[in-house]
Design a binder for this molecule. Structure first.
Ligand code: HEM
Length: 445
């Protein structure tokens, strides 16, 4: 009896302590002016609920507190905005104290000169340099033919094989990004680089590799047709970068375009497999291009521009799978949003996922319907289409990402058919992935 009484007393005390702790944490953040919401446990906040319930956690909080609410997730007091109008305002008004606010772990990988870490005039010139390397003019003049060639050879010898398409698209995205940057040395050092990159902590080793190549290139008169040479030999005073800036620029290009491109490609393969009519229309588009050419002819800019259904498939895939859930910002001073005051140093999660499923913008939002992007051409540039971000930080790699995925699809659907081996699970939050891989059996078309 005494033991039972003690146990009950113990449980009541633990319960009271937890309750007091939660209450104390709420009171701590109950400053006037902050949006409504809950802060969870001291230090841990509501990260567990956020990761476990993901989009449902967000929707529940929105139902209770409205489209702008506070929480404590991923180690930071955070205000979450699910209001399309406000999201647009935040993305458009960096100058009003709403700068990118990515976690320390990520900043340490991409470096202090990377594009997301700089603002104002510095951002403008780092972005200018980035666009001159990866923007539409560069794709048209040089990158497209290289990507075409690389994709073609990457897809050699898949006939008769069962492959994990997640693994293959990851490898494709990394290899293509790497070969754009350093062309000749690639085969020698790609494997070393890949191991470091996979560890996600390999910044120091990657810097060592890049510094060595830069030194060798400076000492030699041989020129290379790649981005590193362009950066090293750039005498255009507008975009001349220091060595440190060059390294961070290169690492940013490698990291930013990696997961987005690989996951969108994997999900496009998945959706096309599940929607034979869409696959047929996409394949017809690419077979028509091949028909105009000899087998060895490369894809040119006009061919790429004619891939309108492919572009629609890519947008629909990015929307439906929501490859990017939102973007992070940080306040550099107290900022007023919708009548609330967000204190300096708080993080803002511009959560754009739900906009992708807005039935007014996208009727029958959970249906894979690439045709919607053809029927409504202005959808891509719609005020609330945040698939590639918005404002001054709109993705500079947008066209390059679309080019890579289009070229992968071009060579894949014109050479192969495929079926899923079955039983593979797909997770869509916090990131899109197939935890055990996505296995497909590939055969000749
Ligand atoms: C399907 C592919 C892609 C998607 C969905 C995507 C999405 C995005 C989004 C949503 C942002 C905005 C981030 C923010 O506002 O904080 C962004 C920015 C950025 N993206 Fe992409 N991206 C893709 C491909 C690429 C590629 C291929 C590259 C480079 C090779 C790239 C480089 C960048 C860079 C450097 C930024 C930062 C821009 C700035 O801060 O001014 N992206 N991207």
């Amino acid at each position: 009896m005494a033991v039972l009484l003690l146990t009950v007393c113990g449980l009541v005390m633990v319960f009271c302590f937890c309750f007091a702790l939660l209450k104390w944490n709420e009171v701590r953040y109950a400053s006037k002016g902050l949006p409504p919401g809950t802060m969870g446990w001291p230090f841990f906040g509501e990260t567990t609920e956020f990761l476990k319930y993901g989009p449902n956690f967000m929707k529940n909080q929105r139902a209770r507190y409205g489209s702008l609410f506070k929480s404590h997730i991923l180690g930071c007091p955070t205000v979450i905005s699910m209001d399309p109008e406000l999201n647009r305002y935040i993305l458009m008004n960096e100058g009003k104290g709403l700068v990118p606010g990515y976690p320390k772990s990520m900043r340490e990988i991409v470096g202090k000169h990377n594009i997301a870490a700089v603002h104002g005039a510095t951002h403008k010139y780092i972005r200018g340099s980035m666009l001159s390397l990866i923007g539409p003019a560069s794709i048209r003049m040089q990158l497209l033919s290289k990507i075409d060639m690389l994709m073609k050879s990457y897809l050699d010898n898949w006939d008769g094989k069962t492959v994990d398409i997640q693994e293959r698209t990851n490898e494709m995205a990394l290899l293509i990004a790497f070969k754009q940057i350093v062309e000749i040395e690639s085969s020698k050092i790609y494997e070393t680089f890949k191991t470091e990159f996979d560890k996600l902590v390999g910044r120091k080793r990657v810097i060592r590799l890049l510094t060595k190549i830069m030194k060798e290139r400076r000492a030699s008169s041989v020129t290379h047709n790649d981005m590193l040479d362009e950066l090293l030999r750039n005498e255009d005073s507008n975009y001349k970068l220091s060595d440190e800036e060059i390294i961070d620029q290169v690492i940013t290009i490698l990291y930013s375009g990696y997961e987005t491109v690989s996951k969108t490609t994997m999900m496009a393969i998945k959706y096309l497999h599940d929607h034979p009519r869409a696959l047929q229309e996409l394949r017809d588009e690419h077979l028509a291009i091949r028909k105009r050419k000899r087998p060895e002819d490369p894809i040119d800019w006009n061919d790429y521009k004619s891939m309108s259904f492919t572009r629609a498939v890519i947008f629909e895939t990015s929307r439906l799978a929501t490859i990017v859930n939102g973007v992070l910002r940080e306040t550099t001073k107290d900022v007023e949003l919708n009548g609330f005051i967000i204190p300096k140093g708080w993080r803002i999660y511009v959560y754009t996922r739900e906009i992708n499923y807005d039935p007014f913008l996208y009727p029958e939002p959970f249906t894979f319907n690439p045709w919607r992007w053809l029927d409504n051409k202005s959808l891509e540039s719609h005020n609330y289409c945040f698939i590639f971000g918005g404002g001054t930080r709109l993705c500079p790699g947008k066209e390059l990402g679309i080019t890579k995925i289009s070229m992968f699809l071009h060579h894949f659907v014109t050479r192969y058919r495929w079926e899923e081996v079955g039983g593979d699970k797909l997770v869509q939050f916090p990131r899109v992935e197939a935890p055990n891989g996505l296995h497909i059996r590939v055969s000749k078309y």
